[in-house]
Ligand binder design. Sequence first.
Ligand code: 5AD
Ligand code: SF4
Length: 483
Amino acid sequence: MNNYAEVQAKAPIREPERQYYFIEICRKKVQEESERLGRPLTFCVTTFGCQMNARDSEKLAGILEQIGYQPEEEAQADFVIYNTCTVRENANLKVYGHLGLLKHRKKDRPGMRIALCGCMMQEPEVIEKLKKSYRFVDLIFGTHNIFKFAELLAESLARNTQVIDIWQGTDQIVEDLPVERKYSFKSGVNIMFGCNNFCSYCIVPYVRGRERSRKPEDILKEIEALAKDGVTEVMLLGQNVNSYGKTLEDPINFAELLRRVEQIEGIRRIRFMTSHPKDLSDELIEVMRDSKKVCRHLHLPLQSGSTRILKAMNRRYTKEQYLELAQKIRHEIPDISLTTDIIVGFPGETEEDFQETMDVVRQVRYDNAYTFIYSKRTGTPAAGMENQVPEDVTKDRFDRLLALVQELAKEQTARFAGTVQEVLTEEENSHKPGYLTGRMSNNLLVHFPGDKSQIGEYKEVRLEECRGFYYMGSIVNPSAISR
Ligand code: 5AD
Ligand code: SF4
């Protein structure tokens, strides 16, 4: 411990230099351990939740690989990290379930280490529970200090007690830490962190903190470097990308950021997630319409079709405003795919309110919709609302909504049958040997014959057979490789 105090005292104050210093400290430790065992040490980062978490996990993996850990399946890994989600109660239950299994595994493997991070760790009740009943977890940190992972790991390796570090918030954005991408040809790029919207059901503003945008020059520099490294598709990530840039010293808006990303050579596709309808500007619709690179897909969470419920949700748009926006987008960009998120069973939701949601779904004809049963999150305004809807009523509405959403999504998907689409080949098909899976600009998947040397390439694929939510197809001109 004294030793470690000395190590800490010598650490640079500035970031990211400080983290690179701790990476080096950890690297020596891991090297010693692996020499002792006569084999490399291994890790697995398991992600729960959204694309933001997936990107955070790539950052954790990047640091671990620099430290000398090698990637491995979770069941065999020496170091297991769960990057958690807490958007719905189910997400928390899943993590506790997995932890139960890890406890047994750790008993059989004394050298094993376990870390927990992500949104769930920002909830005080969770930390209390982990302190009390999950002592076998070695390291626990949250969303605001994830950049400090190497430093926390160094502390954890030096001590044999549970290390916990949770921050309540931060305005810090640390640039230039290592990242290990899951795919060589596509990558998420954070453009902002946190959320200021406080939708009344949502825990995200409490666990991810206030909205902070990265500077455009840092984002562009990162994407240029990715492009040089073979990335052709980027997904710009934020809880509410439409309010990007508002908090910057030199404010720029999201539409302008897209224009600048579009100019980066080597980038062929630009996606983004997530848009809040209240902030989606005409300028953004124009940029999307006129762009050759911005993908033909927009995820536009509805949450509810009832103006009354939308008000209680603090969404700040009405049913009519949403419908008008969706119509405008479909009119300007006819080949666009629209997808959405819908919550069923928000407190006070009546059958009439629910019918308003069904009505919007019928009118917009979503290409896909993610439907959720309302989940009460401690600390949010909705958790304290009266008129919580009984479970059986919610379940019945959920089933009816899902049936409608699926019926319409199938029809929407089928509208592309027989066309030839540019597809980015993403992976080998896990069910059908000799087949690849690719993604169209509008986010639909198509499976087609090919071999894995074609992964990461763009192909012209004819959509031959619509199978509900995806297609079977074949490459139009297999010998033409366009990259
Ligand atoms: N209950 C159910 N669904 C929720 N979402 C967010 N909070 C809750 C909650 N408390 C859904 C919203 C959001 C998506 C990511 O998760 O639909 O858009
Ligand atoms: Fe949650 Fe609303 Fe922010 Fe989305 S916009 S993260 S639903 S508070």
